[in-house]
Each structure stands twice: as structure tokens, then as C-alpha cells.
Design a protein around this ligand. Structure first.
Ligand SMILES: [Zn+2]
Length: 265
């Protein structure tokens, strides 16, 4: 394993993270991703190339706009640094492969969905719907490839893999639909559709691992926040953020987690 390539992937990851920040900033506001070019939201000044260097510009500028001193949200730093670490890890984990590209794509997708839900309590259809289409295309391509296909970590996907993906999607959708109906407002339509997407991506039976982790984690955190009176009962919980965590964890270690769990019995 080449250390230089790990560093290259880390740097590439911070640049991707910088683009994910643009998606997180602009998609909920209904703005275009490409126009206008990067600018400060407070003073509208266009950012120069040196303002756009991921992580470093944030640190150099001491978390403020160079021109108007408006604070830059901490999230910008965390998404860039997190994406850098994630890409370095993914290269180390998957090696140079199609699996690396597909896993990285899905991880980025769930980072954007998760952070937007955390900040706006929103899961955007304009992300979920195209993502479902892309997931179906990836599944279709995967069905033509020999074992283990695109995801060596998702080898639990029984054959034919496209069917297992579609069944996973249906299970995710129906399961969270039931939870949404029972909890009456604890979970929204956005979460239900996102669970369908997660099922498509992880397939049957790993969809259970992903959703179980998301729902348990979300429920735990919500319970603790309620107990400590940090949140009121009626305040919405960003379940999509927890579902994202569950999905990313499952993409990386889903088979291991399921094997470990089944080994308990
Ligand atoms: Zn500014």
C-alpha cells in the first residue's frame, strides 16, 4: 500500500468535502451548484483561489471571511476534514477499484443528506429521488458483473443482486413507514423515502443492520436529550442524520456486523 497515494486520496477527499459543503449550503436554498462561483454569503465577495484551499484556508482565516469578517460555520471544517479522512481510509480499505468509487459516492451522498437534515430538519426529494435512480443503475450494472461484483463488503447480497437490492429497498421503505405511522410525527416522509434508498444501496439482509443502527442511535440520542431537557418532546429529531450514520457504517462493515450478530446465537 502506497503511503503517497493515501495522502493523495486524503487531499482529494478534502477537495470533495469542499464541494459537499457547497451542496449542503445551496441545495436546501434551491440555489444552483455551479453558478454563481464560490462567494461569501454575507458580503457576496467572490472568493479567490487561496480562500478555497480546503481546511487550510479555514485555519488561516481564523474561521472568518477575509473581506467582511463574517464567521464561517464550523461544519465547513468538519465536512472537509472528515471527507479527507474518509477518502484516505476508503483507499486503504478498498484499494484502487470500482468498489472504492461506488462506496465513496454513496458515503458522500449520505454525508450531504445527513448534514442537511441536522441543520434544516429536512430530507430533500431532489437528492433522494435522483439517488434512487442512480442506485438502481448501479445495481443493474452490478448484476452483470461476476462475484463479488461492485461491493466485496456487501457479499451478503444474495443472488440475483438486483433483486436483493430491490427487496432491501422495499423492506426499508415499509419498515420506516410503519414506524412513522406508529410514532405519529416522530418520523417524516423524508425519512421513509431515505430508508428505501438505504435498502437499495445495502440490499437484503444488510438493510436491517443499517436501519437498526440508525433507529437505535437516533432513539438513544433523542432519549438522552429529552432526559437532560436539552430538547422538548415536540421538537423534531434529525433521524436522517442517524440513518446516514447507519448507512455509511453498513457500507463499510455491514457483513462483519451481521456475522458477529448471527454468531451470538
Ligand atoms: Zn464576507
Amino acid at each position: 500500500m502506497d503511503v503517497v497515494l493515501i495522502v493523495v486520496f486524503a487531499l482529494f477527499g478534502t477537495a470533495v468535502g469542499s464541494f459537499l459543503n457547497v451542496c449542503i449550503d445551496r441545495l436546501p436554498a434551491g440555489k444552483s451548484l455551479v453558478y454563481p462561483p464560490s462567494h461569501c454569503d454575507a458580503c457576496q465577495r467572490r472568493l479567490s483561489l487561496k480562500d478555497l484551499i480546503p481546511i487550510f484556508s479555514y485555519l488561516w482565516l481564523r474561521r472568518r471571511c477575509r473581506y467582511c469578517q463574517a464567521p464561517i460555520p464550523q461544519r465547513v471544517f468538519w465536512v472537509e476534514a472528515g471527507s479527507g479522512l474518509l477518502f484516505a481510509f476508503l483507499y486503504w480499505y478498498c484499494g484502487l477499484s470500482i468498489e472504492l468509487a461506488v462506496t465513496a459516492f454513496y458515503c458522500c451522498l449520505f454525508v450531504v443528506l445527513g448534514v442537511i437534515d441536522l441543520e434544516h430538519k429536512l430530507i430533500l426529494n431532489k437528492i433522494t429521488y435522483p439517488a434512487v435512480a442512480v442506485a438502481l443503475i448501479i445495481l443493474a450494472i452490478d448484476s452483470f458483473l461476476p462475484e463479488p461484483g461492485l461491493f466485496s463488503n456487501l457479499i451478503f447480497l444474495p443472488e440475483p443482486r438486483i433483486l436483493s437490492g430491490v427487496i432491501g429497498g422495499a423492506i426499508g421503505f415499509v419498515l420506516l413507514l410503519i414506524i412513522a405511522l406508529v410514532s405519529r410525527g416522530g418520523m417524516g416522509w423524508g425519512d421513509v423515502k431515505m430508508a428505501g434508498l438505504i435498502g437499495l444501496v445495502t440490499g437484503f439482509p444488510l438493510v436491517f443492520v443499517a436501519l437498526f443502527m440508525g433507529v437505535i442511535l437516533g432513539g438513544l440520542v433523542a432519549g438522552i436529550l429529552l432526559l437532560l431537557k436539552i430538547k422538548k418532546r415536540k421538537e423534531p429529531i434529525p433521524f436522517g442524520s442517524f440513518l446516514s450514520l447507519g448507512a455509511i457504517t453498513t457500507l463499510l462493515w455491514g457483513s462483519d456486523i451481521l456475522n458477529w450478530y448471527l454468531g451470538l446465537f
